[in-house]
Design a protein around this ligand. Structure first.
Ligand code: AHG
Ligand code: MN
Ligand code: MN
Length: 336
């Protein structure tokens, strides 16, 4: 039961019995993400005040320049989940390999693995634009009490038990699903409590916003080019409005509330798309479907794709269901 003004803590306890497996472990996990979110939020908020901006000098698994808050958020989420001994494994955008937790402790009964993008949209930090954190949770497929292996992480998106994001925006929100719809909680920074502010979030069936980096237009597949031209045509409820923040979390959040579509297709610089299947596309796809939306790689449901690598990329088209259908139809026609 969702009730406005409920705190996230109360909500987790009340809804614990609706989880498929009710050991309380998943509740503890969501609770620890809630805590890490507050700590990272505090740091993101004061980013403009202290000398924390700029590149940290390291490069991440994708060879991209890391900024300091990426490193900080990565450490905080990993610390929180490791110290409290809540999960058996973590994979992160910022780590080349997955992390196994207490893997040789036979008494370790933890059965969940977490995949995270600790800071999404990090190029927006130094210009005071919203960033986020994305998380995805699975039950391990190998037996508890044994070390986690790659196979535990390379599961199809449809096997997710929970997923969500934190948006550090004009206000900070935690939005998540455990497969029973999507609920959004807003942080009251004065007392450090998340309140249920957006119960049962859903995508409008269609919308008037398209979000894509049009600078890459020349390199897009023909079907995507055709769809963008369609969005710009003067007919029926078109032209649509173009809105692109460059933070997947923020673009998704706005589109879910207002109705719209997000596209990151393949391009010359990213022949397989830019976004990572396991900790960007799949969690957003789970949220989208739980909110009556759709998520596709252009040809198939994102959550049906069998991952083969931890940092695998995928084209990503996600949002209001009728708009995603339109893009798939354009791609299908152009490919004939
Ligand atoms: P990250 O900051 O975790 O690397 O993710 C950035 C992603 C996504 O959030 C965003 O929508 C997209 O990259 C922006 O890419 P372009 O700058 O190529 O448009
Ligand atoms: Mn990202
Ligand atoms: Mn990131």
């Amino acid at each position: 039961m969702t009730q406005k003004n409920q705190t996230l803590g109360e909500f987790i306890i009340e809804n614990q019995s609706s989880f498929k497996y009710t050991s309380g472990e998943l509740s503890r996990l969501i609770n620890s993400i809630r805590l890490a979110a507050k700590v990272v939020n505090y740091e993101v908020n004061k980013a403009g005040l202290v000398d924390i901006l700029g590149a940290a000098g390291d490069t991440n698994a994708q060879g991209e320049n890391q900024q300091k808050l990426d490193v900080y958020a990565n450490e905080k989420f990993i610390q929180m989940l490791t110290n409290r001994n809540i999960v058996c494994g973590i994979a992160s955008e910022e780590e080349d390999d997955f992390i196994a937790i207490n893997s040789y402790d036979k008494n370790n009964q933890n059965k969940y693995v977490v995949l995270i993008d600790p800071l999404d949209g990090s190029s927006n930090i130094d210009v005071n634009v919203s960033v986020g954190t994305i998380f995805s949770i699975y039950r391990r497929v190998t037996p508890v009490g044994t070390p986690v292996v790659l196979e535990d992480f390379l599961q199809k998106g449809k096997e997710q038990v929970a997923a969500g994001y934190i948006i550090y925006g004009t206000s900070t929100m935690l939005v998540y699903t455990t497969g029973h719809g999507v609920n959004g909680f807003t942080l009251n920074p004065a007392i450090g409590t998340f309140y249920l502010s957006h119960p049962n979030m859903t995508f409008p069936k269609s919308g008037k916003i398209y979000s894509v980096n049009e600078g890459n237009y020349i390199h897009f597949p023909q079907g995507i080019k055709d769809y963008i031209k369609y969005c710009q045509q003067e007919e029926d409820d078109r032209p649509y409005t173009s809105r692109y923040i460059g933070s997947l979390v923020s673009d998704f959040h706005r589109n879910m509330i207002k109705g719209g579509i997000y596209l990151y297709p393949q391009s010359a610089s990213y022949p397989s798309g830019k976004l990572r299947l396991l900790y960007e596309c799949n969690p957003m796809a789970f949220l989208a479907e739980q909110a009556n939306g759709k998520a596709s790689d252009g040809f198939q449901r994102i959550m049906e794709v069998q991952p083969t690598r931890l940092h695998q990329r995928s084209p990503f088209i996600c949002g209001s269901p009728m708009m995603v259908d339109d893009v798939e139809a354009f791609l299908c026609v152009a490919n004939k």
